[in-house]
Design a protein around this ligand. Structure first.
Ligand code: SAM
Ligand code: SF4
Length: 475
């Protein structure tokens, strides 16, 4: 699957901005698709080809309810056909909320005098990680405000600290990062600490609106943020995550921005983003922004389905910002990762605060406050296969979503067996009897999806070894 350049008004060059709002609006305003054209585009995506900006705009402009249903059905089919029924689980760990910026939508903004500022001490990071491990987590994303305190060296230090925490059979096997943009040297430093994905959301891809929401601080520089993941690539960190904060500007434009960003990384570095996130704005302490661009649930489901079809080989992340009902609806359109048991209040995995204390410590309100166990139980009830797999990262196989997508048989050979083995570990170490029963049943159901009889025998042997106490077995 080769990247096919489109005629973009701004050519793609290393570390140079690439967003032209007039171009993106041009596609949106001048693409009026017929029914046949929409069907053709969906078919193209189902043949595992990335969509162009023009094709993405066509899906966005398909308003007829029947066509929207076809788009959603296309996304559902693509997810099933390509990725199967695995859902990877993770949790965010907020390290500190000091911030020099003033993003209008965020509870951590410097001007919020109600925010209780806190940076976890090393002992607290260890305690929080232990608490997460005791729930069964294996993959974390560490989150930081933007502040000189959170330097690349400090970020690297916290990453190593987390990797070093072992509680019982628990350990964190993949640490991802969501933090401010760094320079090339900074990205090198965090890469050397062994991070998985470095995630930075552009928030809005519209430069004028971006300035409006970011009135002061280093984050005000649109282009520095836009080119941050280029600098990551220059530093050899090719595992990057992009995202837009939906609700700041017209969602249709943001979807185009995300696709344009993907094109850019592919054109220049020959590798697209590892993941795309599509958070919707939620209430926060001192939250005071116009609700005009809020995205309703219907459009949200449509936009997730369009993203799935537009960039078929990129991981898609849906967080606990969304309520359980929205999560279970949207998941079917191609989401590959969700968080479970999420707490955003700093230090709250290992201690408990009351509601009021919480809002001033968290960045925004979480709408899915269920425990990891409850989230897993619901996934099992819906026949998803919960996974804590980190095998590709640890085998040095970067770009696993691309391989899942493009290497025939990859999912059957690696992903499904690894998901089964990590679920078996979870059941043995952390599941209550009800979840355990449902979990073993889903494991059995998924055995049928494996490559061949020889492989089934090998996976069964490994499950036995897990039952005998061995851990961390993967293909
Ligand atoms: N400080 C760094 C930055 O701004 O990139 C990284 C961490 S920031 C805490 C992580 C992300 O949270 C932001 O990029 C933004 O998209 C999202 N966020 C901020 N305020 C939010 C809100 N009120 N509702 C939902 N998401 C929000
Ligand atoms: Fe700071 Fe990030 Fe919040 Fe902006 S979004 S105020 S940079 S923590």
């Amino acid at each position: 699957m080769k990247f096919s350049p489109e005629k973009c008004t701004i050519p793609d060059r290393r570390m140079e901005p690439f967003i032209d709002p007039a171009e993106l609006w041009g596609f949106l305003n001048n693409t009026k698709p017929t029914k046949e054209r929409v069907k053709e585009i969906i078919a193209k995506s189902l043949e595992k080809q990335r969509l162009t900006l023009e094709e993405t705009a066509a899906l966005i402009n398909a308003d007829n309810p029947e066509l929207v249903e076809e788009i959603k059905e296309g996304a559902r089919t693509l997810k099933k056909k390509v990725y199967g029924n695995r859902i990877v689980l993770f949790a965010p760990l907020y390290i500190g909320n000091h911030c020099v910026n003033n993003c209008k939508y965020c509870g951590f903004k410097a001007s919020n005098r109600f925010a209780i500022r806190r940076k976890l001490t090393d002992e607290e990071i260890i305690r929080e990680t232990e608490a997460l491990e005791e729930n069964g987590q294996k993959r974390l994303i560490l989150v930081y405000g933007e502040h000189p305190m959170y330097s690349p060296e400090y970020i690297a230090h916290t990453v190593k600290l987390v990797y070093g925490v072992k509680k019982g059979n628990g350990e964190i096997r993949r640490v991802n990062i969501n933090a401010a943009p760094l320079d090339i040297e900074g990205f090198r430093t965090v890469k050397n600490a062994g991070i998985g994905t470095y995630q930075i959301f552009q928030e809005t891809y519209h430069p004028e609106m971006y300035k409006f929401y970011h009135p002061s601080g280093p984050k005000r520089d649109f282009n520095y943020r836009l080119t941050s993941l280029d600098r990551a690539q220059e530093a050899g960190l090719d595992d990057v995550g992009i995202g837009a904060l939906f609700g700041l500007y017209d969602w249709r434009f943001e979807v185009m921005g995300l696709v344009r960003h993907t094109n850019h990384l592919e054109a220049v570095y020959n590798v697209g983003p590892h993941t795309i996130s599509f958070p919707r704005i939620k209430d926060a302490s001192e939250f005071n922004i116009d609700l005009k661009y809020m995205v309703n649930d219907k459009d949200f489901a449509k936009l997730v389905a369009i993203l799935r079809l537009a960039v078929p080989y990129t991981g898609m992340i849906l967080t606990a910002r969304e309520a359980p009902e929205v999560r279970s609806e949207v998941m079917q359109y191609g989401v590959s990762q969700i968080d479970g048991g999420t707490k955003l209040e700093i230090g709250n995995y290992s201690s408990t605060l009351n509601e009021e204390q919480n809002l001033n410590r968290e960045q925004f309100r979480v709408n899915d406050a269920r425990s990891l166990s409850d989230v897993i139980e619901e996934l099992l009830d819906k026949n998803y296969l919960p996974s804590f797999c980190t095998a590709c990262y640890r085998h040095g196989r970067t770009g696993e979503h691309f391989m899942e997508f493009s290497v025939p048989g990859f999912i059957k050979r690696f992903c499904t067996p690894n998901a089964i083995l990590t679920l078996a570990e979870y059941i043995m170490d952390y599941a209550n009897p009800k979840v355990a029963e449902k979990g073993w049943k889903v494991i059995e159901d998924n055995m049928a999806e494996l490559h061949n009889e020889k492989q089934v025998i090998e996976v069964r042997k490994r499950i036995e070894r897990i039952k005998q106490g061995e851990r961390d077995l993967y293909f």
